[in-house]
Design a protein around this ligand. Structure first.
Ligand SMILES: Nc1ncnc2c1ncn2[C@@H]1O[C@H](COP(=O)(O)OP(=O)(O)OP(=O)(O)O)[C@@H](O)[C@H]1O
Ligand SMILES: [Mg+2]
Length: 168
């Protein structure tokens, strides 16, 4: 059965054993906030998520999913962890193919988070993402992270020390 799931930066088609993660540009979202900035002279906070300059940030916003997909694939290639769902393929960040897992509940994640002790070094925003059940699934019997394309996640899990710590 095919299912579609919408993330902030990607939309995901779940089909058979795989998850196809496609870039989700949101031009109307960006345009609306840019218009507000041009009219009032004040940039809405979320428009500045990617750069201090509103125009630069708007441009980056449009292609945020490409950067997320690229980082997710690269992290899996260079620093795979057993608690990550494998990312099999990336078409220049426009489309990623990941193995498909089953949704888990907040209770399941709270009971058996796979790397809670490693979250300490992260920013509060990043920790927020890493404790949301929507970013995890059950894959081959284990609770695994399915959303690991953010800069914070990349920074954390690309540290070789973490690799050793997690393997122990
Ligand atoms: N490998 C997978 N197996 C099962 N479901 C998945 C998988 N990858 C993604 N999904 C579903 O798609 C949703 C969006 O995926 P993901 O979180 O990776 O995208 P995102 O754009 O980073 O979203 P957000 O920024 O909102 O967290 C997930 O919450 C989940 O429901
Ligand atoms: Mg997510």
């Amino acid at each position: 059965m095919i299912r579609i799931s919408w993330g902030t930066t990607r939309f995901v088609v779940l089909v058979g054993t795989v998850a196809i993660k496609m870039v989700r540009p949101r031009p109307l979202w960006v345009l609306r906030r840019l218009a507000r900035y041009l009219i009032t002279g004040v940039a809405p906070k979320r428009l500045l998520a990617y750069a201090d300059n509103p125009l630069e940030s708007a441009a980056k916003h449009l292609f945020a999913g490409v950067a997320v997909n690229r980082r997710e694939y690269r992290l899996w290639q260079e620093f795979p962890h057993h608690f990550m769902v494998p990312t099999l393929y990336s078409l220049r960040g426009i489309v990623n193919i990941q193995m498909r897992g089953q949704a888990i509940s907040e209770e399941e994640l709270a009971l058996s988070h796979p790397f809670r002790s490693s979250l300490k070094g992260m920013t509060p925003d990043a920790i927020g993402d890493m404790v949301k059940a929507m970013n995890f699934c059950r894959y081959e019997g284990h609770i695994c992270l399915l959303d690991y394309g953010s800069e914070d996640t990349f920074a954390l899990f690309s540290q070789p020390e973490i690799q050793h710590h997690m393997a122990a």
